[in-house]
Design a binder for this molecule. Structure first.
Ligand SMILES: Nc1nc2c(ncn2[C@@H]2O[C@H](COP(=O)(O)OP(=O)(O)OP(=O)(O)O)[C@@H](O)[C@H]2O)c(=O)[nH]1
Ligand SMILES: [Mg+2]
Length: 395
């Protein structure tokens, strides 16, 4: 307000023209009351010290604020009750139980067959390894991976022998984990925000649902998130993501249906940069790798993101439906070549017996599964962990 501005100006003029009064430093005042506090005399100043920038601490180094606190009777700080109430990060057991629940059907087929193989003989011989091979082949692990695992176990049986079912189970777990860990990539966030995560894949695999779940997961971890509705193709796709944005309480950047998805992405990148948002999740339209125009559109989106955010898109996640098994894998193989995919989100792991596809993805696509969708609700997503997965399959 003009009145206030002139009052402020007046105050500043007054402050400048007021005679300078040397007030004692508050610490000197305290020392006068409690002479024991100061045990070090100030160093004599060299004549050139005035010319140096003053980098000395505000108070002498031996002055400890905690001491003054106790002198003035302040009790030692109590633990903050609110801090105690902050929920601890979800323990690994929680993830394990949820993973175990999600792969129930896969385990029912896989683990029972393996148990029957294991129960047959005390000493594991080649005949029992052949039976194990048949079980692995029937569980969507894929023939190449199965052959590799069985060959490794055969070599082990030849060299050292395999002492009973429990030993076979342990060795099989190690083999399966090795297949998954070979393609695991340690997560390293980009130096400059935002991290741009693009969700791609064929129709109906769960891209929009996963975008919403991830928005909730990241914002639950304390990150700032923006959702971008870059599926302008399918009717009601934008509204569907809008519902997820509301549920997860995350802002949404969109354009009209039929608009250019790259324009929506341009706006979203600009907004994320301006707001210092940490993660930008981009939901794209479902497409087959054979639709050249739609694949070109995806390429344009990548270039748009790259122009605005260095290194973007940092993650291109192919969303795969676990229930499609080996067919989905074939589609994914062609898609990954065209869209520079960096990782897989495997959805609908709940309610399928084809969870073994996780191993085929690692072995054949050479890509890590980074998240698993385990239901339709917001919290039904798990960061993928090879230990939990293999343990829950073979426990
Ligand atoms: N059971 C289960 N259902 C899921 C999961 N993820 C997604 N779905 C369901 O799969 C259906 C399709 O999900 P969307 O998110 O619309 O799939 P989309 O890939 O975005 O589909 P388009 O945009 O049409 O290509 C919905 O009914 C979801 O509820 C999951 O992990 N488990
Ligand atoms: Mg969608």
């Amino acid at each position: 307000m003009p009145g206030n501005a002139s009052a402020n100006r007046h105050a500043m003029v007054e402050a400048h023209s007021a005679p300078s009064i040397q007030l004692p430093h508050p610490f000197d005042q305290v020392c006068r009351w409690f002479p024991g506090i100061r045990s070090t005399e100030p160093e004599p100043q060299s004549p050139s010290a005035d010319l140096q920038p003053d980098t000395s601490p505000l108070y002498p180094l031996n002055y400890k604020p905690a001491m003054a606190f106790s002198l003035f009777g302040t009790r030692p700080a109590k633990p903050d009750p609110e801090a105690q109430e902050t929920p601890a990060p979800e323990p690994k057991r929680g993830f394990f139980d949820r993973m175990k629940q999600a792969v129930t059907r896969t385990r029912d087929t896989f683990s029972e067959s393996i148990s029957s193989v294991i129960a047959l003989t005390r000493e594991i011989d080649f005949a029992s390894l052949d039976k194990l091979e048949a079980v692995l082949l029937s569980s969507d692990i894929g023939s190449a991976t199965t052959s590799e695992i069985i060959e490794n176990l055969r070599q082990r049986a030849l060299r050292q022998g395999i002492d009973g079912g429990a030993e076979l189970r342990r060795l099989l777990k190690l083999e399966l984990k090795a297949v998954l860990d070979r393609v695991a990539v340690p997560y390293s966030p980009p130096i400059t925000a935002p991290e741009v995560v693009m969700m791609v894949g064929v129709n109906g695999t769960g891209k929009t649902t996963t975008s919403g779940k991830l928005a909730a997961l990241f914002s639950g971890q304390g990150k700032t998130v923006i959702l971008c509705a870059a599926d302008t193709f399918r009717a009601a796709a934008i509204e569907q993501l809008e519902v997820w944005a509301e549920r997860s309480n995350v802002p949404l950047i969109k354009t009209r249906q039929g608009g250019d998805p790259s324009a929506a992405l341009y706006d979203a990148c600009t907004a994320a940069k301006a707001r210092g948002t940490q993660v930008l999740i981009v939901d794209t339209a479902g497409r087959l790798h054979t639709k050249t125009d739609l694949m070109k559109e995806l390429d344009k989106m990548r270039r748009t993101a790259e122009k605005l955010v260095p290194g973007a898109p940092h993650q291109t996640l192919l969303v795969m439906d676990a229930t499609t098994g080996q067919n989905g894998l074939q589609q994914a193989r062609l898609f990954t070549e065209a869209a520079r995919v960096t990782g897989i989100v495997l959805t609908k792991l709940d309610g399928t017996a084809k969870g073994g596809i996780v191993l085929a993805i690692a072995a054949e696509l050479k890509l890590p599964v980074v998240y698993a969708g385990i239901g339709e609700k917001m919290e039904d997503i798990l960061p993928f962990d090879s230990d939990s997965f293999v343990d829950s399959l073979l426990e």
